[in-house]
Ligand binder design. Structure first.
Ligand code: EPU
Length: 346
């Protein structure tokens, strides 16, 4: 049995949670990471663009992909080291992110609870350094294992070299080069819980864990908040936040806050601050706006949804007009959060 399955002119509609129609010149479903060197040894792959796809929860196909889409099927989670206070845990790339979160909490490890219910695969988590409710995954990653197309070898990349930032990393900056095959996390058994994000303490009160919450309570509270606030990609096709919260310097954030006192500003005590893109989009009148099957979610202004038969090009066109109107009203540029395939953002 070969380590991969190849399909020419392959449909991608079921390969992204936005469920838009598109095709790949070649699709390679790879069962095991150790088949990657052989696959990438083919001359055809050397001359073609390559796209590594996990669960497709952060990629918009705005057109066909004239290259090779690669998926990895290897799953598994295991403890590599455990000294009683922290453990080193390895998860293979195709493991579902939320399964890893639950696995870690069930075994008494703390840290990933604020990242509950985020869609996608473990191998995708480092790429945009997934973050929610005051935690980013990069804080817990010790090593990323990735196939390097430049050298044709499997490499172990330490956290410093990963260069994690807000929705950013080494891998996001060179997506053609790195194919993440596994991630190793350092997780403690005890750690102060992060409860300061707006709404988390209130939700803990509601579930009766207000005084002495445990990590599993925080996971439960965050799952409830997410379920209420964000459309479920299993029911309404979407990619989570479609835009990043723009980072501006603190002086601009202060003057914007003076002009728009209700605009949420995050991290105002640092040289830069994040502005709430959702608030600006909502205040331009886009929340719930629908054009055919392409729409802005009624639940959250940062999420674009496909109600059935929207194309990636229609979603992208809507996104561009949203960004234009935010720039016209607030003078701030919005950048898309998902990777856009088959078109340029600007
Ligand atoms: N808001 C609005 N209108 C809306 C939604 C939100 O005005 O329709 C305002 C509210 O005032 C709210 C504030 O925006 O207090 C912040 O909203 P939220 O807590 O939902 O967070 P966000 O900044 O919009 C970011 C992440 C989410 C993550 C949440 C929670 C980005 C691009 N998005 O959204 O991540 O779940 O914080 O930490 O940073 C994702 O990346 O796909 C994602 C869902």
């Amino acid at each position: 049995m070969t380590g991969y399955l190849l399909q020419e002119n392959a449909p991608l509609i079921a390969r992204s949670t936005m469920r838009v129609p598109a095709k790949a010149a070649l699709l390679a479903d790879v069962r095991r990471a150790d088949a990657l060197p052989e696959l990438f040894g083919f001359p055809y792959l050397k001359s073609k663009p390559v796209l590594m796809l996990g669960e497709g929860s952060n990629v918009l196909f705005a057109g066909d992909f004239d290259g090779v889409v690669v998926t990895l099927g290897q799953t598994g989670i295991r403890v590599l080291e455990d000294d009683g206070s922290t453990a080193l845990i390895r998860a293979e790339a195709a493991e579902r992110w939320d399964d890893l979160v639950r696995w870690s909490l069930a075994r008494g490890f703390v840290g990933l609870e604020n990242l509950s219910l985020i869609p996608g695969a473990v191998g995708a988590a480092p790429i945009q350094n997934i973050g929610a409710y005051g935690t980013e995954v990069g804080e817990f990653i010790e090593t990323v294992e990735a196939f390097d197309r430049e050298t044709g070898t499997l490499q172990r990349i330490g956290t410093t070299r990963c260069a994690f930032g807000y929705r950013d990393s080494l891998f996001k900056r060179a997506p053609e080069r790195w194919m993440i095959t596994a991630v190793e996390f350092r997780l403690p058994r005890q750690r102060e819980l992060r409860l300061d994000y707006a709404g988390v303490r209130e939700e803990l009160e509601r579930i009766g864990a207000g005084d002495a919450p445990r990590a599993s309570h925080v996971a439960e509270a965050i799952s409830r908040i997410r379920t209420r606030k964000l459309p479920n990609p299993a029911l309404v096709a979407n990619l989570g936040s479609f835009f990043k919260n723009p980072i501006v310097d603190a002086a601009l954030a202060t003057s914007m806050h003076a002009e728009f006192p209700a605009l949420p500003v995050f991290g105002g005590d640092r040289p830069t601050a994040k502005l709430s893109a959702a608030w600006m989009i909502e205040h331009c009148g886009w929340k719930g706006h629908r054009e055919g099957d392409a729409a802005v979610s009624e639940q959250h202004a940062l999420v674009l949804v496909n109600h059935g038969h929207a194309t990636g090009a229609q979603i992208l066109d809507l996104a561009r007009r949203i960004a234009e109107s935010v720039r016209a009203r607030f003078g701030v540029a919005l950048e898309p959060e998902p990777r856009i395939i088959g078109a340029q953002w600007t």
